[in-house]
Design a protein around this ligand. Structure first.
Ligand SMILES: *Cc1c(COP(=O)(O)O)cnc(C)c1O
Length: 362
């Protein structure tokens, strides 16, 4: 169907094949058909997550599981690592859940560094930490392995990691890294329609959540575990998403995860090269750039080119592609272009032609 193709960093373009799977007829979610579907996906999900734990399906956006992690796992105080719009919001969500929370705030575009996390955790006040691996709002990828290595030093702290815009694009071996909750919404790196989140919990996180008095029902981690043991979900899931995810996982393992990671590295490099080659600089601190999108500076302050972002975006859209004009407080002073999901070097080449035509008309 003719439509404006999405190169915004979520939701991203959904393939015709994924939509076809999404539109299959409904089945009962307590029947053998659904159980078989879920069970068949489980080893693929576990491989993608790098975990021996069961991977759960939550019919919610990522925020459902992000809030759930707070409600299931924070009893003392949570340290929220904040470096952009989504990670800043997680601090706000923790407080709205009535939890004690402290922000480890760095400037947008700067990474969260393990030394600073270590310094805060050393106070002994915290029993949980939230980290966004790939801060989509500013195109920044945090040094997850270095931060996660602190789990060995602080075994009682729950390490909660959002990989919404990085899962399946870069390796995130959950168990090896010592992550307690790894979660992702499916409309970004996994390129499904929005409306489902996938996540897994360490044995430590499951044990801890049984002691959380106010964890509710819909997002109770123990309900997810109990049901997943029978290849089911606690409540009626989005069955359409389950079909779509199963099809996507087949695609991922036919391509091969290593090839998928390499594809994202190559397509992201094309975007970085386009940006710098066109006279722009990148927003995130050098060395911490995302692999799934670019967040490009629009400003002389950074020593780069200045354009009318709104006009540029419109000129791109007139050619059938949507890019993003900057998120929140960096709207207009940055713009973002995504290479997440099914994008290839060929589709990126087309995108770059479109971007160049738009630039030439400014
Ligand atoms: C988009 C995004 C979210 C929020 O996802 P929703 O689907 O809106 O709940 C959270 N974290 C990151 C890193 C994101 O990119």
């Amino acid at each position: 169907m003719a439509h404006v193709k999405l190169h915004i960093p979520g939701p991203v373009e959904v393939s015709a094949k994924t939509f076809e799977a999404f539109c299959r007829p409904m089945i009962g979610h307590r029947g053998q058909g659904y159980k078989d579907l879920y069970a068949r996906m489980q080893p693929q999900l576990q491989s993608l997550f790098g975990t021996r734990q069961l991977v759960y399906l939550s019919t919610s956006s990522a925020w459902g599981v992000m809030e759930a992690s707070i409600r299931n796992l924070v009893s003392k105080k949570v340290l929220n690592c904040m470096c952009g719009a989504f990670s800043d919001k997680w601090f706000d969500v923790a407080k709205r859940c009535g939890k004690e929370a402290e922000g480890l705030q760095v400037a947008w575009g700067s990474p969260i560094l393990a030394e600073e996390v270590d310094r805060r955790l050393a106070s002994g006040q915290f029993d949980a930490l939230t980290l966004i691996h790939n801060e989509t709002s500013c195109g920044l990828m945090n040094p997850l392995p270095e931060i996660a290595a602190l789990k060995r030093k602080y075994p009682d702290v729950m390490f909660i990691v959002d990989s919404v815009s990085s899962l399946s694009a870069v390796p995130i071996p959950m168990d090896a890294l010592g992550i307690d909750v790894l979660l992702a919404g499916v409309q970004k790196a996994l390129a499904l329609p929005p409306g489902l989140a996938v996540f897994a919990c360490s044995p430590g996180a499951l044990a801890k959540s049984t002691t959380a008095a106010d964890r509710g029902y819909y997002f109770d981690f123990n309900e997810f575990q109990k049901n997943a043991e029978g290849s089911m979900t606690p409540s009626t899931p989005s069955i359409s998403h389950t079909y779509a995810l199963a099809a996507k996982l087949d695609d991922i393992f036919v391509e091969g995860v290593e090839a998928r990671y390499a594809r994202h590295a190559a397509t992201n490099q094309m975007l970085r090269d386009w940006a710098t080659g066109s006279g722009f600089t990148l927003f995130p601190e050098a060395g911490y750039e995302s692999r799934t999108l670019v967040c490009v500076n629009n400003g002389a302050k950074q020593g780069g080119r200045v354009i009318d972002v709104a006009k540029f975006q419109k000129l791109v859209k007139d050619q059938g592609i949507l890019i993003d004009g900057g998120y929140g407080k960096i709207k207009g002073t940055t713009f973002r272009v995504s290479n997440m999901g099914d994008e290839t070097q060929a589709t990126l080449a087309t995108l770059i032609e479109v971007l160049d035509v738009a630039l030439s008309k400014l």
